[in-house]
Design a protein around this ligand. Structure first.
Ligand code: PMP
Length: 365
């Protein structure tokens, strides 16, 4: 009997698997596996979200004008260069569907975010994976991998799950070395956390080139992951192309209202960022003091590498942590067989993980 058959390649795609959420039998669970903020959203965002409840019979604004204008005001941009998405995941997918087709190649890096590969394959194109250097994007390796089939390059800055950072001069070098028709995607999902003076310069790179876009999200520092709001800053022609194929009302009304209120509350973000920075430093020091290696992170998570002690590895640490209610992220799918990624959590969770890993490493807690 004949039946519908997906396009070639679709069934070769491994679907994205979110981190685990549960610790069976444990009463108090801390989910530290999805880089969510422990501080939640700005009270002003929650208020704006609730206010929309009176108007649920109406379609949202399909252009998300209020939100685009709020983002533009905070970042000093033109709203015409901003496109909002149902999470930045949607924008990453739209970029692939618009700029890639059968026979094309998309370059991604060794430990890059898994969604890039899924979307490149979903567009019928071929992902080309290049090596990283010291868990960091290697511009020379990317440039060496470019062929006449390359149409898009994805880098996450900061990287996930590594938390490492590519300087603006390296990004400029990458842009300068790429053919001008190749779209360079700077995925800056964790940008708000980065305390480097040259970071906002990334925005300037987008402004001055026709082939560079930056994607951002409200899921991380803004604490609105549940609402699925991302945005992209891009040349007007790229915004126009994506607008032609996106779903007409891709953002819902509570999401637009809450995100606009959230971005106007920069004082709240500053608190979230300070809390995060303090704990990234404390955790890194505490875990290194008990013999673990932590990749220096500029984001809201740390990648913890485990030595092999008495045959015990990251998976065993994961079991112990889960039994205590601390859910970290196994990162085998990102090429790290013996590491765990931990999102910065509330203080008691951060302390609890340090205590459990101190015990795991055979030290006195
Ligand atoms: N890019 C990176 C590097 C991420 O880690 C994430 C979240 N896991 C995203 C994009 C997608 O975020 P969202 O769709 O929630 O905006």
């Amino acid at each position: 009997m004949s039946k519908p058959v997906p396009r070639p390649g679709i069934l070769d795609i491994a679907a994205y698997v979110p981190g685990k959420e549960h610790a069976p039998g444990v009463a108090r669970v801390y989910k530290l596996s999805s880089n969510e903020t422990p501080l939640g959203a700005s009270p002003k965002a929650i208020e704006a979200f609730k206010a929309v409840a009176d108007n649920l019979g109406r379609y949202p604004d399909g252009q998300a004008i209020e939100l685009r204008e709020a983002i533009a005001a905070v970042h000093g941009l033109n709203p015409a260069n901003i496109l909002c998405g149902n999470g930045s995941d949607e924008l990453l997918g739209l970029l692939c569907h618009v700029y890639l087709g059968a026979g094309d190649e998309g370059i991604i890096t060794e430990h890059g975010f898994l969604v890039y590969k899924i979307q490149i394959l979903g567009a019928g194109a071929t992902p080309v994976v290049v090596k990283e250097k010291d868990y960091t994007v290697d511009v020379d390796a990317i440039l060496a991998a470019v062929t006449e089939k390359t149409k898009i390059v994805f880098i996450a800055n900061p990287g996930n799950p590594t938390g490492t950072y590519v300087s603006v001069s390296e990004i400029r070098r990458l842009q300068a070395g790429l053919p001008k028709h190749v779209v360079l995607v700077l995925d800056a999902a964790y940008a708000e956390y980065v305390r480097r003076n040259d970071y906002e310069a990334g925005i300037e790179i987008v402004s001055s080139h026709a082939n560079v876009v930056m994607t951002r999200t409200f899921s991380k520092a803004y604490g609105l992951a549940a609402l699925r709001v991302g945005w992209m800053y891009a040349p007007a022609e790229i915004v126009d192309a994506l607008n032609r194929v996106r779903a007409p009302f891709n953002l819902n009304a509570p999401a637009i209202a809450a995100a606009a209120a959230a971005i106007r509350d920069q004082a709240f973000i500053q608190q979230a960022v300070s809390f995060n920075q303090m704990w990234v430093e404390r955790l890194t020091q505490a875990l290194e003091a008990i013999g673990l290696k932590v990749t220096p992170s500029v984001a809201n998570f740390v990648l913890i590498h485990f030595p092999e002690i008495d045959g015990k590895r990251a998976a065993d640490a994961d079991d112990l942590l889960t039994s205590r209610g601390y859910i970290l992220r196994a990162v085998r799918g990102y090429g790290f067989a013996n590491a765990l990624r931990m999102s910065i959590g509330p203080e008691e969770a951060n302390r609890g993980v340090i205590a459990a890993l101190t015990e795991f490493m055979g030290h006195q807690a």
